[in-house]
Ligand binder design. Sequence first.
Ligand SMILES: NC(=O)C1=CN([C@@H]2O[C@H](COP(=O)(O)OP(=O)(O)OC[C@H]3O[C@@H](n4cnc5c(N)ncnc54)[C@H](OP(=O)(O)O)[C@@H]3O)[C@@H](O)[C@H]2O)C=CC1
Ligand SMILES: O=C1O[C@H](COP(=O)(O)O)[C@@H](O)[C@H](O)[C@H]1O
Length: 516
Amino acid sequence: MSDHEEVIKFEEEGIRLLKESLDKTEDYQVPHVFVVGGASGDLAKKKIYPTLWGLYKDQLIPKQTFFVGYARSKFSILELREKVEPFFKVGPNENEVLEEFWKMNSYVAGSYDKGPDFQTLDSHIRGLSCKAHRIIYLALPPTVYQSITKNIHDYCMAPKECWTRIIVEKPFGHDSQSSAELSKHLSGLFVENQLYRIDHYLGKEMVQNLVIQRFGNRMFAPLWNRDNIASVVISFKEPFGTFGRGGYFDTFGIIRDVMQNHLLQMLSLIAMEKPVSLNAEDIRNEKVKVLKCIKPIEITEVVLGQYMGDPNGPNEDSRTGYLDDPGVSKDSVTPTFATAVLFVKNERWDGVPFILRCGKALNERKAEVRVQLKDVSGDIFTRGQLARNELVIRVQPDEAVYMKIMGKKPGNSFDCEETELDLTYASRYAGVKLPDAYERLILDVFLGSQIHFVRSDELAEAWRIFTPLLHKIDKERIKPVKYTFGSRGPKESDDLLKKYNFTYTGTYKWKNEAKI
Ligand SMILES: NC(=O)C1=CN([C@@H]2O[C@H](COP(=O)(O)OP(=O)(O)OC[C@H]3O[C@@H](n4cnc5c(N)ncnc54)[C@H](OP(=O)(O)O)[C@@H]3O)[C@@H](O)[C@H]2O)C=CC1
Ligand SMILES: O=C1O[C@H](COP(=O)(O)O)[C@@H](O)[C@H](O)[C@H]1O
């Protein structure tokens, strides 16, 4: 059997075992209805429908799952299909199952704020199955959350013997107050275990791996503290700007878009104490605890940036600055880049800077966690030969965990050399398909697992840390530093990293296996 065939067999076996256990789940014997609120929109088209198709064809959701699109625009199911199917991955032998999938789909047009429209939706659902569990995905702008959730609660809940789960997309408010208002509204309608607040970074393979790496290995635990760790840098970089989304982005900025949620979620998984168990509440309790130890961020510990077009850029996008976007006002001070330093004031982490860095229109696509260890004490080698150890967890692209270490330069000399212990997923797990984040998270909702969803108190803590800073930026219209499209971002960000104990030597060279 070739390596490739073996991988496929391994994967098929994995899916078979998962399916077997799902088939035995009591809930899976009951019909389900999955409502896509905002079915006509971009998220539904690019993420939700393709995910539902993926789960359906892999038979990971109950056989009797009906999919109902709901939005204001009038669509026939054929029109919806034409719109969303180009985003599906359909294998050569999957046409029959694709037809079956579409037979399970229907569409209802209606408003988000009128009760009778939800009565119509409810009778449509009852027509499909009068005793079905219901999952309702709000792939909608936050402006309609309050009205749609009220109408769902009043007119569209599953019958008593079945459950209803609501999936809410970010943004969950834009500061502490608005988020608290939304939480209060939702908690007046639903109990916490009906609410699934999605942060799709929690569905990524390497983010989920953090808990296993930290608590499933003896070797990291003794190092994981202020005695050994100099700084932790959590980065998110995108090589494209906001063009086309400028109008939306301008009201949020990069801190609300990425840092307050995705990066802070990663921070809490890196910094939290060991949970009592893998139970969702135990994990979320630890995440909340660690967030409670973080003081609101000071503006002096922040660098803000905004990209400008590169006149010599290779394409139009890169020649277009943020302020050239027609959706963005010409004097906008919205940051498209930010670096912020946070401190977790507890026994484990006191004094260790956690540096969150994120930006659009940069030189590469990358999300990673970089744990830099302190210098070796009592250095016996030639001064300056030793570089700091680093543990890098690369979330995307090309998932990897690597540890930068010092080793003997092979040969007759006794020189030190920077090298690595390298777990590259593409070679260790060659050919293994890593499920998309949405696929894992939506499957979790079917299974009722809230481990990878954000609890309301976690959200309140996240906003507490960022709100004073965001208000100051908004009120004082703090000017971001300009940086060029396709660069690494403002130099001031590197200066901040240096100030907060991240040492960059530029001496590490990775010998890519493929090139040897
Ligand atoms: N398994 C794998 O796939 C492995 C891949 N590699 C690859 O090797 C390459 C080098 O490895 P890497 O770990 O990045 O090591 P480097 O030492 O080259 O970079 C370390 C960090 O320094 C940042 N940096 C770069 N320039 C500066 C600067 N002037 N001041 C401050 N910080 C700076 C980089 O990020 P930024 O530019 O974002 O600021 C990066 O976060 C990478 O492309 C990596 O992906 C390495 C090992 C294993
Ligand atoms: O939530 C968001 O995330 C995306 C990046 O997601 P990724 O899975 O592609 O890394 C980002 O582009 C977007 O601005 C933000 O709202």
